[in-house]
Design a protein around this ligand. Sequence first.
Ligand code: ADP
Length: 266
Amino acid sequence: ARKQAAPEMPEHATAEVKNIIAIASGKGGVGKSTVTANLAVMLASAGYRVGILDSDIYGPSQPKMFGTEGFVPEVHMRNGKEVMAPAENYGVKVMSIGYFIKPEDALVWRGPMATNALRQLIHQTEWGKLDWLLVDLPPGTGDVHLTILKELKVDGAVIITTPQQVSVADALRAVGMFGGKGIEIPVIGIVENMAWFTPQELPCNRYYIFGSGGGRALAEKVNVDFLGEIPIMMSVMQGGEEGRPDSLVSGFSEPYYREIMEKIVK
Ligand code: ADP
């Protein structure tokens, strides 16, 4: 009997993904996941098909940021291969290491266990057709990063830093990770998060709580684009807590994320 032409599952989970962008930071807590979530919803509202691969084994925050905690990826067979469908909210497909581990266990995930779980996410997630896949990397530079960057065909990297010197110094190391140890991934640019704070009572004042200009100076130093800055905003923090990225609702944060998104797209 002749074989029936069935819709084929592409060999690689990301075969139908046009652009894979890694979002990295040197230090933790600088807002890498928040920026990733907001850029994703901005891309989705611009009409792109978007996914997030949350590979931050030390603190996977995308399940909370997208209100998809408790999602259990179901394994099913496709063309003899085990695959898992991602969660979806606000038009963004989300797959996270957080769907597989309890947050309190995240810190004990080391070495082979984490690497194996990440491999599964990388190779078995059923993304389908996407224009953009944003990869929320763990902070820092290490073996886990090398695994991800070697097994995923990453097209470019965006580095998040605060203006503070300790963050900028670590961001410089993150830049280095994309061009070394057998990895050649272009850095698209630098984003400076938590750039300043403006109190409601003094709308014309900018307080540079973590210093100023660190992100732009780093971009100049390593000769990549400066993609933009995002101030400290309570609504941005709250959006993360409430499981709805702030740029979807707030007229305050949206323009900052939009500017960055437009630079990445072009
Ligand atoms: P990372 O992924 O780098 O560890 P997160 O995105 O989890 O950092 O952000 C760390 C904390 O800072 C979170 O509580 C988040 O809500 C908050 N945060 C991030 N960016 C901003 C911002 N621009 N304004 C206010 N809070 C922010």
